[in-house]
Each structure stands twice: as C-alpha cells, then as structure tokens.
Write a protein that binds this ligand. Sequence first.
Ligand code: SF4
Ligand code: ZN
Length: 311
Amino acid sequence: MEQRAAREESPACACCGEPAVVYQLVTRRHLCGTHLVLDVEERVRATIQETGQISPGDRIAVGLSGGKDSTALLVILSRLLPAWPGASLVAITVDEGIAGYRADTMRAAERLTEWLGVEHRIVSFRELIGDDLDALLLGRETQACTICGILRKKALADAARAAGATAIATGHNLDDEAQSVLMNAFRGDLPRLVRTTGTGTSPVFLPRIKPLMAIPEKEIASYLFVQDLFSVLPECPYTKYALRAEVRTLLSDYECRHPGTMQHLIESKRTIEKYCAGTPVMEPLHRCRECGDPCSGDLCQVCRLRHSLLE
Ligand code: SF4
Ligand code: ZN
C-alpha cells in the first residue's frame, strides 16, 4: 500500500511511466533509472560519433582518478567500444601523492578495472618529478591545483604514449567544460579559452577526447547511483584553494534558475574559436627547448615548474 502511494507520488518517466529518478533541466523530462542509463550512454555515443573522437583500431588511454566522472567514463566506454572494431582501452591512474585522499580513490580504480577487465597502469608524481604533491606544495599550497594540473597532464600524456595509446580520454563533463570557459574568461585568458577544445586536434599533442562533455554532472552521479556504482570518496584537501570551487557554485546556481546556461557558455566558446581561427591567438605550438614537449613559449609549463621548484 505504502509502495503504491510512493509510486503515485513520484513523477513518471517520460519514456515508460515508471517512477522517475532524475529530472533533466534542459529537456524538461523525468526519467527512470533504466531510461537514464540508456539516455546517458546514447548521448555519449552521439558525442563521440559527431566529433569523430574514436575510430576503429584506436587505443584509448582513459585517465582514471577513481572519482565519479572517470568511473562513469570507463564504464560507458567499455560498453560502447564494440562499435569501433579493433579499438581497445587502457586505464591510467596518476598518484599525485596526497595524504588522506589518494589511497581510497586508487583502490576504487583498481576494483573497477578488475571488474571491467581493463588493463590498468599507475604512474606517480614521485616518478615524474621526484616527490609527492604534498611535499612539493610546502609553503605554496594556494597554487595546489595549478601545479597538480600541470604535472597530472604530463604524467598522463607520458603514460599514454608508453601504453601505445592513440588518444587520451578524460572524464570532463558539461559542468567542467562550462566552468573552464568562465574561469578563462574571468582570468582574461583568451588563448587558453580557445585552446582547450573537446577534441584536441593539435598535431603535436596526443589527441585528448572528452566523451562526457555533453552530460551534466548531476546526471553522471545519478547514472552511477542507479547502477549501484556510486561510492562516496574523500575530497582532495586542496579543493578549498581552487577557483573552480567558487565558479562551480556560482554556475550550478545559475543553471538551476536559467537552464541551458552551461550549454550557452560552451556554444559561445565555439563561436570565439571560429573567429580566432588563423589569428595569432591560435598560433601553432613550439617545442620546449629543454624537453621537446609542445608548448606556446620557449619552455613548457613542466620545465618552468621544475625550475621554480628547485629555486
Ligand atoms: Fe589536484 Fe586540485 Fe584536484 Fe586536488 S583539487 S587533485 S590539488 S587539481
Ligand atoms: Zn619542457
């Protein structure tokens, strides 16, 4: 009787009439767990297809932190992969060396790759630059995410190349992409605004793909939750220094009141990109004079960082 009352109270799924678990702000649809899973996977497949992110025979290195976005990415890609004959996956986890945070997410990453039967490689900041992030940050904690981001990108790229990957997939979702547009606009950083594309077409970088870039963060969490794949994991202790945290709150509040805002920000970015094509902002990248990695100046960010950490 109580169950029946609960069924009657919850909104019905727009596809089958069963009780809904999620409301999509933009499409204004309620969906049940089954149809949410189908819908998310179909939108990821469509994004990959429309943007040509995966081709037959590709070897995709998936950046797997063990958190919800990268977990959903690996689950979805392992289900969709048979659509591209000969394509394969390798998961790469970067251990930054953050006490009280990384151990749990590393275990989650190991369990997931075992369950999915995906090859898993682990690389660390200690191997890359000789020390853990915690030690590197002593006295410069406020720069945590900048330093971590530069080193993680390098560790992931090196590990992907070593694994013979043809592309790197990351779990950036719609919220992340919209936040990046806004953060770069706040900083007045036009080159970065137009260079952080979803498909990574630069000839000098291993292509970076973002198959979840059209899916809102909330739907990714629900996608995992309805399949019993959601785990509550500790938060990185340096999150409090991240500008992104402020932008996330601001933007999700705005999206709630004005659905479609995040999508509009991404569309604005694409328009700016088109106008910038062929201008100095889109100048081709050079090679770092010390390590040969692609960069926009004389030294790449990792080599610059190495110098500043040694000073
Ligand atoms: Fe690195 Fe910042 Fe993310 Fe922590 S919050 S893992 S320091 S980027
Ligand atoms: Zn360099």
